[in-house]
Structures are given as C-alpha cells and as structure tokens.
Ligand binder design. Structure first.
Ligand SMILES: NC(=O)c1ccc[n+]([C@@H]2O[C@H](COP(=O)([O-])OP(=O)(O)OC[C@H]3O[C@@H](n4cnc5c(N)ncnc54)[C@H](O)[C@@H]3O)[C@@H](O)[C@H]2O)c1
Length: 369
C-alpha cells in the first residue's frame, strides 16, 4: 500500500480523493492553505482524522519539504480555480498555480517520489473540436467579438458553412484563452517535462466539469452547477449566458477521484496527459432545468442572458478513449441520475448567492460582450 501527498487536499476533489485512497488501503497526507474563497467562513474545514494535515501554502518551501517526507507519490491539486477572476487577479493565479507547482517540483528533485499526478483542465483546449461538412477535423474554430455581439453563437468554417462539435481528444492543440488555462497548462507541462528529465513517472489529468457533493457553493468562480445551485437555493433563476445551447461534459467527482487513484496506480500511463470526462455532453440550459427539477423547483426556469463572456467557448466535451485504454477508466455516474447527492449537499448549505456580484465584476472590466 502507498503513502500519498495530496496538495489542495482540503478542497472539493481532494476530499473525495482522500476517501478513495483510504478506501483502497493507502495512507494520505494533505497540504492545503485553506484559501478563503474555497472555504467560506463557517464552512466545515475539518478533514477526516485518519488524514495527516499540514496547513501551508504550496509556495512555502520548508512546508513542502516536510510534506514530501516519506511519501511514495504526489497528487498536485492545489490551485486557484476561477477562470473569469484569473483575468484580473493575474499575480494571484500565476503565483499560486505556477510558482506553487514550481516549488513542489523543485523539492521533488531533492526528495524524489515514484509518481506525480497533476490536475490539469479542459480549459487548456479553449474551443472544443469540430468537424466540417466534408468530414475534416477542425481544431481552430473560433468566434469574433462581432459574432458574439450579433448573437452568432456557433463557430462556422472559413467559408461560412456550419461546423459540428465532436468529442475533444488530447491531440487537440491547446488554445489558452484565460490566465487560469495558461496556469493549468504550465502546471501540466512543468510536471511532465521535469519528471521525464529526472526519470520520475508523471500523469496529467485534464478534468472536464466536475460535479457532486461538497462543491463550494458561495464561490462564484467555480463550477456552473454550484453557481446554479446557489441561485436556486436563493429562489433565483440560474443565469445562462448566450442562448443556453452551449455543450459541456459533466463528470461526477467520485469518478474523478477514481481516475486519480488509477492514474497513480496503473503502470504504463506515465508521461501522458489524459482527459477525464463522462463522455457525454449536455446543453447548459438543459442542465439548469434538470437541476431545478432535482431541487424541487421545476417552476424556476433558467434566465437566458443572450450575452457572452469574453474568452468563453461554445462547446467542449471529452473524448475519453485514452482514459479507457491507459487507465481502464469507466465513468459510473450519469448527470441525469446523479444530481441527488449534489442536491442533498446543497440543501444542507446556506449559500450566499454571489453570481450577480461576479457578473458585475466582469462587466465592469469589459469582459462581458
Ligand atoms: N472542479 C472542476 O470542475 C475542475 C475542473 C478542471 C480542473 N480542476 C482542477 O482540480 C483541482 C482541484 O479543484 P477543486 O474543484 O477541488 O477546487 P477547490 O478550490 O475546491 O480545491 C482547491 C484547494 O487548493 C487549495 N489551495 C489553493 N491555492 C493553494 C496554495 N497556494 N497552497 C496550498 N493550497 C492551495 C485551496 O485551499 C483548496 O482547498 C484544481 O487544480 C483545479 O484547477 C477542477
């Protein structure tokens, strides 16, 4: 059995990962600085008693050195996680995500571990993959601000013909449209490059939209389901950008936790960046409706804003063939059948709805079109 360090292990995914590892018989140590935005005052920050906890920032060299003592592998999950916010709190995002990972990797060079698994993100792809009418793959689809102002939400081919969104595989060229995406890509590359150079094993998991119990609800910069839940909890309609038909891939947090464990345990997956999604896609408006129904508020319909966020993408959902092949990963939860545990968690929370504040902040900075 192994002994593993989880950075950011007090967060949403980290807690589920701790449970997954302990269930499999491993030992767990967590290093987390308990960033206030991820742990609203009054939220329960206690970890299980069988998890060893070091409260420290990933940029604190001495703490990282202590945290690495005796561990077989590291899951690097610590990060600031808001795409919109990263566009104006640049130092904060580059500092926590990239300098943090740099410090971790620097220390791993002197206290090597067998394998490092880093949490990367679908955000590095930018717009997802498309197929043109003649069957060719299009990985450079995009929309101009004029398209968005004119409500032409779907990217089209250069000749104006429609494009069809298809699952995005790891071969798609990254298109980094936010500081957050850039910082996640740097985390991923630093990890894969340095581990390769020093003969250590490494895997990067490109996570799609993760959902489930324990999602931080008062943080307006995290997942769309958390934002919609806190709106509904406050009797407000979920506010949906564009026309609500944009498609995303929602993967359950327990599936993600299992994918992380497999990425640490499975021989042979090393050196790879691997998508972790559900392999399904859902329109955002439909997701808002499903959630309202699951929360017993079918009367609250989503509010379609008809406006876009600067840098936002239209469609992106995962091709998970590589995860199936290399990790033996198979999602067990479907969004339609798995909103129950999120709803149960939500109903026990008092979420302050800060979605309007977050939108105003983006508008003030000209980031809503
Ligand atoms: N949730 C998603 O949908 C999603 C999607 C793609 C990628 N990811 C990635 O997965 C990882 C975990 O995300 P999450 O949803 O659990 O977020 P989270 O905010 O719940 O957890 C992140 C944790 O990292 C800690 N942290 C932040 N900066 C730190 C620092 N400098 N030093 C030490 N600890 C620090 C926070 O206190 C928090 O507990 C992140 O790397 C995120 O970028 C998440």
């Amino acid at each position: 059995m192994g002994f593993y360090l989880i950075t950011g292990g007090a967060g949403f995914i980290g807690r589920h990962l701790s449970n997954e590892l302990l269930r499999a018989g491993h030992r767990v140590r967590v290093l987390d600085s308990l960033v206030e935005q991820a742990h609203a005052p009054g939220s329960d920050i206690r970890l299980r008693r069988d998890v060893e906890f070091i409260e420290a920032d990933l940029r604190d060299t001495a703490a990282v050195r202590r945290a690495l003592k005796g561990v077989d592998g590291v899951f690097n999950l610590a990060a600031e996680v808001g795409v919109g916010q990263s566009m104006y709190e640049i130092e904060r995002y580059v500092g926590a995500n990239d300098l943090g990972t740099a410090v971790l990797m620097q220390e791993i060079m002197t206290q090597p571990v067998k394998r490092v698994v880093v949490a990367s993100s679908m955000s590095i792809y930018g717009e997802g993959m498309y197929r043109a009418g003649d069957g060719t793959r299009v990985e450079t689809a995009s929309r101009t601000p004029e398209d968005l102002r004119g409500g032409r939400w779907d990217p089209v081919a250069a000749n104006g013909e429609p494009l069809s969104p298809v699952p995005t595989d790891e071969g798609k060229r990254p298109d980094l449209a936010s500081v957050y995406a850039l910082s996640k890509y740097v985390q991923e590359r630093l990890t894969l490059m340095l581990c390769h150079a020093y003969g250590l094993e490494a895997v990067a998991l490109r996570l799609f939209n993760v959902f489930g119990a324990g999602q931080q609800l008062s943080n307006p910069y995290t997942g769309v389901l958390a934002i919609f839940s806190s709106r509904l909890l406050n009797d407000q309609p979920p506010a949906v950008f564009e026309d609500g038909e944009q498609r995303r891939d929602f993967v359950h947090v327990e599936d993600v936790a299992r994918a992380f464990r497999l990425a640490m345990e499975v021989p042979g997956a090393t050196g790879e960046a691997i998508n972790i999604g559900s392999g399904q896609s859902h329109g955002i408006s439909r997701v808002a409706t499903l959630l309202a129904e699951a929360m017993g508020r079918p009367d609250i319909e989503p509010q379609i804003l008809g406006r876009a966020r600067s840098g936002d993408i239209r469609h992106c959902f995962a091709d998970i063939l590589k995860a199936r092949d290399l990790l033996g990963f198979e999602p067990r939860h479907r969004l339609e059948d798995s909103l129950g545990d999120l709803v149960e968690w939500v109903s026990g929370q008092q979420a302050r709805d800060r979605a309007d504040d977050a939108q105003r902040e983006l508008e003030k900075r000209g980031l809503v079109i």
